[in-house]
Design a protein around this ligand. Structure first.
Ligand SMILES: [Zn+2]
Length: 381
């Protein structure tokens, strides 16, 4: 009987965790699919992602943080590449995203010409309006404005001979006041509803580069969004003493714009936030996690490490100081107690077309989930 009971418990626990992982994988698969087009500026990618996250939050029974609308709207400018994206070097057509990227501050250009070598990695056209740079790794980004030149990062592995000629046709467009918004939801606290635990992740990524190439952003940051959504689902069923807030930010890749906007226009008094946890790059973890702001909040960091050891969760919890590297930062600057946790080890794809769901392990997903639940429990006791 005892054996049967333990076996039953073991099986039911396993299926419970398996369910969580299945949900997380489904969310990462969904958000990285072509339909969402890298959650950026073309094909309404970011807008589609916002509506998907909102509908999930609603289906869990969460309330809008503002009281009436899940979306906190804001706008910003973006330099985007909606159309042609053709580059040929030495007469050979190159593959966007794989062989080359256009540097995100570049203006569009249509030209054919010779290239002159400036140094071992830099090549210029005759008018010095086109720069070709040889890179070991391609890393894309997004800019709000365009410069007066076009820079093309070329993967060294894509060419066999020294670049001597270029044929290029790239279209850019400045979008003024691109409309987007932060998705803000809440589960009201049972004892102290005016005190808040906030769990955040940015849902935007880089979008598309040309009409045929998009950046899926599985680790960055479909992984963090899936974790926040799983936690939201969990807390909707298990309300806490404090109010639990879930925010998916837009505009992170363009310079922490969504979190900056929220910190300037908070939907609750920032002084009432007991703690904020930001999740960005959560899809690996074989080497543990790093905690930004650990040195600013040593008591909470010790608590986190203790809970990790007790629960036998992650391989290691590393301490890091203050860093302006994700959406916790605008809150840190306002004095809101916050950690930013990211997973370590595993696949190194970052801001490139290889950051895909298929190769993202999500191997520490359940451990991280449980560590956060334990930490929230300890901080709101
Ligand atoms: Zn990110």
């Amino acid at each position: 009987m005892k054996l049967r009971l333990s076996l039953f418990l073991l099986l039911s626990c396993q299926s419970l965790f398996a369910q969580d992982s299945v949900y997380a994988r489904r969310i990462v698969d969904t958000l990285t699919s072509r339909y969402f087009w890298g959650r950026g500026y073309t094909n309404d990618g970011m807008g589609k992602a916002a509506r998907f996250i909102t509908s999930e939050f609603k289906s869990f029974g969460l309330q809008p943080l503002s009281g009436k609308d899940f979306v906190q709207p804001f706008t910003y400018n973006a330099n985007i590449y909606p159309g042609k994206m053709k580059v040929a070097i030495n007469g050979i057509d190159l593959k966007p995203g794989v062989d080359f990227i256009v540097s995100p501050e570049s203006m569009g250009v249509k030209a054919d010409g010779k290239l002159q070598q400036k140094d071992s990695v830099t090549f210029l056209d005759a008018e010095h309006r086109i720069v070709v740079l040889l890179q070991n790794k391609l890393t894309w980004s997004v800019e709000q404005a365009a410069s007066d030149y076009t820079a093309i990062d070329l993967d060294k592995k894509a060419i066999t001979k020294t670049p001597s000629s270029i044929s290029v046709d790239i279209e850019n467009k400045i979008i003024k006041d691109f409309k987007t918004g932060n998705i803000c939801a809440m589960v009201r606290g049972t004892a102290k509803p005016d005190s808040f635990i906030v769990l955040t992740a940015h849902y935007d990524h880089l979008g598309g580069m040309g009409a045929d190439t998009y950046f899926p952003g599985a680790n960055d940051n479909a992984s963090g969004v899936s974790q926040v959504m799983s936690l939201a689902k969990y807390y909707a069923k298990h309300p806490q003493r404090y109010s639990m807030v879930f925010i998916c930010f837009a505009g992170e890749e363009a310079g922490l714009l969504g979190s900056m906007y929220f910190a300037e226009h908070p939907l609750m008094p920032l002084a009432n936030i007991r703690f904020l946890i930001n999740l960005d790059l959560e899809g690996t973890g074989e080497e543990g996690i790093t905690v930004v702001n650990a040195t600013i909040y040593p008591k909470e960091f010790e608590q986190l490490k203790k809970l990790n050891t007790q629960g036998h969760y992650l391989y290691k919890v590393y301490s890091r100081g203050k860093a302006p590297n994700s959406d916790h930062y605008p809150f840190t600057e306002k004095g809101v107690p916050a950690f930013y946790m990211y997973t370590m080890g595993g696949i190194k794809a970052y801001h490139d077309v290889f950051d895909i769901s298929k190769t993202l392990p999500l191997n520490e997903y359940n451990h991280l989930f449980k560590l956060i639940v334990d930490f929230v429990g300890a901080e709101t006791r």
